[in-house]
Write a protein that binds this ligand. Structure first.
Ligand code: G3P
Ligand code: MG
Length: 338
């Protein structure tokens, strides 16, 4: 009999803010055997980030009482690792909360400067900001983001904490051809505009507040709108993260490896459980016929409304999603015998 694989979204499916949702613990008991580990290939695919995959794996292991390995975790910025192949020794500007400097260093970005460092070095660049965090600034110390060594790419790795500061500095960086020290005069149109990458396009996400919160996609809209108010040609950012294809391909790789180790048929049925129709359901529906989208009602999508993107399976919570998936697999097996 063919076995399913599972891909879990995190916020709104397993957690709400710091709190573990009860059905998540039930779900884990159905697919994890304390003695033998995972019964099915399993991955955790989130548009969150701000830490290394290994740290997220540790966090999930503690919260869900299972052993999650870092290879099973795909964060919104995981696909950015691929960018380091061309940008490893080029100056890049980072935006985002959490440990994005450490993440960038681990991915191989050797000349990264954080918006917080730029703000600390040039306080008058962001007069309304009071969130400076780093004392060292690689613009003044190493010359990254000066006319000699302009920024070549901007990486928004996670939702930033100070949207004003980061929108101002990112738009400055785009308009000045990657120069952060204020030395490029306004109106001096630059030919080389740094590339702009966002790690996810989520307009909304679900934490422990009663209503969905704005996510990185909302920040992206602000940056794009501000840029458009200066330039006729819009900036064309690249968005990683669900519903875009890159994280799904990474998930398939880890699931296939696990399936091989278990000696089972790889990636025949991948059940993707998520709470956000615009991210999780659209992404899984587009990822290929072997992906089955399961929408739950514990996060962004609420019972009683019509989902903006139709899932293959609609259930209350993640535990019910496991039941529905296993039921579908039994039907599949029965049909194959006829
Ligand atoms: O910042 C987190 C958020 O945008 C979504 O997280 O786990 O629901 O994909 P998740
Ligand atoms: Mg979610």
């Amino acid at each position: 009999m063919r076995l399913p694989s599972f891909v879990f979204d995190i916020d709104g499916v397993l957690l709400r803010g710091p709190n573990v949702l009860q059905p998540a613990l039930e779900a884990m008991r159905k697919i994890y055997d304390d003695g033998g580990g995972w019964r099915y290939p399993t991955a955790f695919l989130t548009n969150g980030g701000g830490m290394l995959e290994s740290e997220k794996a540790k966090q999930l292991s503690e919260k869900l009482h299972v052993e999650v390995k870092s290879e099973q975790v795909i964060l919104s910025h995981s696909p950015m690792r691929g960018l380091a192949e061309t940008l490893s020794d080029r100056p890049v500007l980072l935006s985002g909360r959490g440990k994005v400097m450490e993440v960038a260093a681990a991915y191989g970005f050797n000349k990264a400067v954080h918006t917080s460092q730029v703000a600390a070095a040039f306080p008058s660049a962001v007069p309304f900001s009071s969130t400076q965090r780093y004392s060292r600034c690689l613009v003044s110390e190493e010359g990254y983001g000066t006319q000699k060594m302009p920024i070549e790419a901007i990486l928004v790795m996670n939702d930033p904490c100070d949207w004003y500061r980061d929108a101002q500095l990112i738009v400055d960086c785009l308009l000045s051809g990657g120069v952060l020290d204020g030395s490029v005069a306004e109106g001096n149109v630059q030919e080389k505009v740094p590339s702009l990458y966002f790690s996810n396009p989520d307009l909304l996400w679900a934490n422990d507040f009663g209503r969905s919160r704005y996510g990185q996609g909302a920040f992206g809209l602000i940056v794009e709108t501000l840029y458009k108010s200066h330039q006729a040609q819009p900036v064309k950012p690249v968005y990683f993260g669900k519903p875009n294809p890159q994280p799904y391909r990474l998930a398939e790789v880890t699931l296939a490896r696990q399936a091989k180790a278990m000696g089972i048929n790889a990636n025949a049925f991948i059940f993707a459980v998520g709470d956000n129709p615009a991210a999780d359901i659209l992404g899984a529906n587009r990822a290929g016929d072997h992906w089955v989208s399961c929408l739950v009602q514990t996060g962004v999508f609420k019972a009683g409304s019509e989902p903006s993107v139709k899932p293959s399976i609609l259930v209350g919570d993640v535990s019910a999603a496991i039941d529905a998936a296993l039921h579908r697999m039994r039907q599949e097996h029965w049909h194959s015998l006829r």
